[in-house]
Design a protein around this ligand. Structure first.
Ligand code: ADP
Ligand code: MG
Length: 337
């Protein structure tokens, strides 16, 4: 017999889909900070985010009047009407992240807007504001997420903590490359794991190579109507460390076609070597006309499809190849280990 699930169960299932891991919580929160025009974003993680995640920004802050609706599903300050969806200028628009997180954690929000005398601290659970009081604090927002998945015991147990920390570090490093005007800091157990500098310095630290082995280029096309900015390293001796970080219209996404062609570009240039002997880092930002990106892709899905995907991927990887080996004289860059 079919029966409709109680709302409580529906909410728990939906929340589990939006926030699958500490990684997804951090991605959503950092995007909120960027939407709030933050120039500084600091993230603290305890026990890979399972015990405590704190995200502190110096962005616009949250109005006292907004606390009541802050964690309600489909409550957002970013769009108002359906037409706004066709011209989005923010990462968020669904009003789902805070709501979902509030179902699977104990959440505290401390925020002060520049035009307010004091800030406010609110505690939340299952979409509801539990308590609220004035508090002295600096401009911006701090969100504390404690005991993540306290009510999803299996998910807590199944989490691979070291993998999680690795992917969070990679996420923050990648975001810091794209949003280079923002100062990012990431702490694990109160110890600084990453602090963003300029892009070249970040990549040189990740790959342990000299900055002179990193190049920056702009590839554009009038035919396929795109602009792209690429930062790439020569093949280095950091074995198996291959990172391809792709932003399409400012969103961090994945695209298998591009990834494969970039790998091939390196393989073709370094024929004398087995590619598994070397590593590289490629940051690529592509700006396409919004109408050329598949609108059916769910915002949560990282995979993206776009018009002329094959042609654009081939063109960019061919240009990369030319830059990598102008005279076909290529050799492996030694790392500074
Ligand atoms: P969305 O980002 O889709 O609007 P969220 O659940 O992520 O949904 O956030 C709900 C609302 O909370 C946002 O629309 C925004 O008004 C507010 N908010 C969340 N985080 C911040 C922040 N760091 N600074 C300012 N406002 C925030
Ligand atoms: Mg959001």
């Amino acid at each position: 017999m079919i029966k409709k699930l109680p709302q409580e169960v529906i909410n728990k299932i939906a929340a589990g889909e939006v926030v699958q891991r500490p990684f997804s919580v951090i991605k959503e929160m950092v995007e909120n900070s960027i939407d709030a025009h933050a120039q500084n974003i600091t993230i603290y993680l305890n026990n890979a985010g399972l015990d405590l995640i704190r995200i502190i920004d110096n962005g616009d802050g949250i109005m006292k009047e907004d606390y009541e609706l802050l964690c309600e599903r489909y409550a957002t300050s970013k769009i108002r009407v359906a037409e706004d969806l066709s011209q989005l200028f923010s990462f968020g628009f669904r009003g789902e992240a805070l709501a979902s997180i509030s179902f699977v954690s104990e959440m505290t929000v401390i925020s002060k807007r520049r035009d307010q005398q004091v800030g406010y601290k609110g505690t939340f659970n299952s979409q509801k504001l539990l308590s609220m009081c004035p508090i002295g604090c600096s401009d911006g927002t701090e969100i504390q997420i404690a005991s993540l998945f306290y009510n999803l015991e299996k998910r807590r147990e199944a989490l691979n903590k070291s993998e999680e920390k690795k992917s969070i570090l990679q996420l923050i490093q990648n975001l810091s490359l794209h949003h280079s005007q923002i100062q990012f800091k990431l702490f694990y157990e109160n110890k600084c794991e990453f602090s963003s500098f300029n892009r070249l310095e970040t990549i040189s630290t990740i790959m342990k190579i000299n900055q002179s082995c990193i190049q920056e280029k702009q590839f554009d096309s009038d035919v396929y109507k795109y602009e792209s900015h690429i930062i790439f390293t020569k093949l280095s001796s950091v074995k198996c460390k291959r990172e391809f970080c792709l932003f399409i219209n400012d969103r961090l996404v994945e695209c298998d076609t591009l990834k494969k062609k970039i790998t091939l570009a390196y393989q073709d240039c370094y024929l004398c070597l087995r590619v598994e002997d070397g590593g590289y880092y490629v940051y690529l930002s592509i700006k396409l006309q919004p109408k050329d990106i598949d609108p059916n892709v769910h915002p949560n899905k990282k995979i993206v499809r776009f018009l002329n995907e094959d042609e654009i991927s081939t063109e960019i990887s061919e240009k990369l190849k030319q830059e990598l080996s102008p005279q076909q004289t290529v050799k492996l860059v030694q790392t500074m280990l």
